[in-house]
Structure formats: C-alpha cells, structure tokens
Design a protein around this ligand. Structure first.
Ligand code: G3I
Length: 317
C-alpha cells in the first residue's frame, strides 16, 4: 500500500509518529520510522522536554533533541517540537525553587527563547504549553500558574513567537478529544487568547484513547475548536486495550482508529495526525496503565495490525 503519510498528503494532511532516543539503535524499528511514506513528521517523545534540555538553571543540552532532528532531516521528515512549558518532567530546580513571579517569568522566557531559537526554522510546530487544565476544566495548579497566574500561557506564546515567527505554536492537552468540561475550558482559553491577539496557531489534541470508548463528539468538538481560527492537530494518538489482546479487541481497535482519522478528515482545519509511537514495542502505555497496552497500529514485532488498514482506508476516503 501507499503508506499512511502518502495517503494523508492527498488531502494536504500529514501522518506522523513519536519516537524516543533509545529506540534509534533498533535498526528494524528505524527502517519503518524513517520511511517518510509512512511518517511525514516525527515528535521526540522525551528529549526536548525541560528536564532533558535545561537540567540545571541556564545549562542547556540539545544533544538528545538534535539526534531526532538529525534523524528526521536525514529522512526528509518534518518535526513537532514537544514541549516548552509543562508541569511534568520539570526539574526540581524549577518546581522547588520558590522563585518570585518576575524571576519565574524570566526563567520560563529564557527556556522558551533558548529552545525555540536553537531549532529556529527547523521545526514545523511547537507544543508551547502542555496540559494546562485539570479534567474538570479548572487550571492545573502547576508552578507557573501558581506563581505567575493564568498569564503565563499568553507570555509563553508571545515569547515563542518572538524567537521564531514561522513555527506553528500549539497548546496541547488530553481528555479534550470529545466535548466536556475540559474541552470547553480549552475552547474558552483559546478564544480569550485570540481576542487578546496572542500568537496561537493550533490546538493539539493528544488522543490517548481506550478501545471501545472513543467519544462520539470528536468531529463536532474539533470543528468547534477550529472555528476559533486555529488549526487542530492530533498529536499523540494511541488506543489502548485491556490485555490480553483478542481478535475482537483488534477489530474494535481498527474501527476506533478509523473513527478518529475520519473525524480529522471531516474537519478542514485538522492538519494531521501523530501516533504516540507506531509500535507496541515502544509504547508508553504498559508502564503507566498496568494490564493495558497494545495501543499502536504496529505490534511489538513491528507487524501491521488491523488498525493499519483501517487508518489507510479512512485516510483515502
Ligand atoms: O530518563 C530516566 C532514566 O534515567 C531512568 O533510568 C529511567 C528509569 O525508569 O527513567 C527514565 O525516565 C523516564 C522517561 O520517560 C524517559 O524514558 C521516566 O521514568 C518515564 O516516566 C518517562 O515517561 C514518559 C512520560 O511522557 C513522562 O510523563 C514517556 O516516555 C513519554 O512517552 C510520555 O509522553 C507523554 C507526553 O509527553 C505528554 N502527553 C502524555 C504522554 C504519555 O504519558
């Protein structure tokens, strides 16, 4: 078959995958990851995060992120930067530094400016702010929110834009796939940011879903996001199941992947889909959700599962 990215490109979209540095030594794995017919865009799963890039204040390391940028460049693939401001994988010097508002603002701005400048002109998108909300739609009480206030979000976007005027700037979150309190909160925030002329280009919808539990409101919700004048991107798609895997679960998973892809195809400003690694061999799911897994379109032997064909046909529709 043509390859998922080739099929996505027919409608002006892309199909991509996350990866992580330790996986790049697996040559059977990289042979597929580096095939731009399958994946037009690559996201570093960990190595551009704060703990990896600024482990101590003002000391930056780009090695891990650069390795993935080099891999993508060598294969003619684009890159999604992930991520600049997030409560997790944030070093203790930031979370426990007891900085005042002015100091933490400048620490955040320096982090953003340094990373965005380093990869200026080389990335297609950046997740500027990741997971700003609790599931009930209230703001997550991360150190940026509690020290700087809600303004940290607009400041982060303005800082990123000043460092690279061309990279698309996204706010990224999970449990906002379908309608609900969290999706509404994000909608309201982006609406407010747009009204304030904040430089926000896209809403990243992570898409960590469960087999048989895909929300019925995907398309309507994404169309509503897009009506704000931003793109939407599916940034971390995977659809996990309770193990052991059965044929019935694999068939349902294939159906569920197709539902997600179709929703994107039906929203003109849905620009593309990234899966949170393409193979069960390297999925984050089993480490986090005990007894669950097999969430990716390729199995742990790098063989295509039924979901592959259903994604391909949804991209072709
Ligand atoms: O780097 C250490 C290593 O030194 C240590 O030996 C090893 C032992 O456990 O841990 C390593 O850190 C791990 C890190 O990945 C790098 O491999 C952490 O334990 C592990 O928790 C961490 O998991 C990552 C997770 O984010 C952390 O929140 C996953 O790989 C990564 O896929 C996942 O990605 C997130 C997105 O960024 C945001 N959305 C949700 C998504 C899934 O959780």
């Amino acid at each position: 078959s043509a390859g998922l990215n080739v099929l996505a490109e027919k409608s002006g979209r892309y199909f991509g995958s996350a990866t992580d540095n330790p996986e790049l030594t697996d040559t059977a794995y990289t042979a597929i990851l580096g095939d731009k017919n399958e994946f037009g865009i690559i996201t570093p799963g960990n190595s551009m995060k704060w703990d990896a890039t600024e482990p101590s204040r003002g000391t930056f390391t780009f090695t891990g992120g650069q390795q993935i940028v080099d891999f993508a460049n060598a294969n003619g693939q684009a890159i999604r930067g992930h991520n600049l401001v997030w409560h997790s994988q944030l070093p203790a010097w930031v979370t426990s530094g007891n900085f005042d508002k002015a100091t933490l603002t400048s620490i955040m701005q320096n982090h953003i400016t340094t990373l965005v400048t380093h990869w200026k002109g080389q990335l297609a998108q950046w997740d500027v702010v990741n997971e700003a909300f609790n599931d009930d739609g209230t703001f997550r009480q991360n150190v940026f929110y509690t020290t700087i206030g809600e303004d940290y979000i607009q400041i982060a976007f303005e800082t990123a834009r000043a460092a690279d005027p061309d990279v698309k700037l996204c706010i990224n979150d999970y449990n906002i796939e379908g309608s609900g309190a969290k999706a509404t909160a994000l909608y309201n925030l982006v609406s407010k940011l747009k009204a304030a002329n904040a430089p926000i280009d896209c809403i990243g919808i992570q898409g960590h879903l469960i087999v048989g539990e895909v929300p019925s409101t995907l398309q309507a919700n994404w169309a509503q996001f897009a009506s704000l004048g931003v793109d939407v991107a599916i940034t971390e798609l995977d659809i996990r199941m309770t193990l052991p895997e059965t044929d019935a679960l694999l068939q349902q998973q294939a159906k569920d992947y197709a539902t997600v892809v179709a929703a994107c195809m039906n929203v003109s400003r849905c620009i593309g889909i990234t899966i949170w690694d393409y193979t069960d061999k390297y999925s984050w799911v089993p480490q986090t959700f005990s007894g669950q897994g097999d969430a990716c379109p390729w199995d742990s032997n790098l063989q295509k599962k039924p979901a592959y064909a259903s994604i391909a046909s949804a991209l072709s529709a």
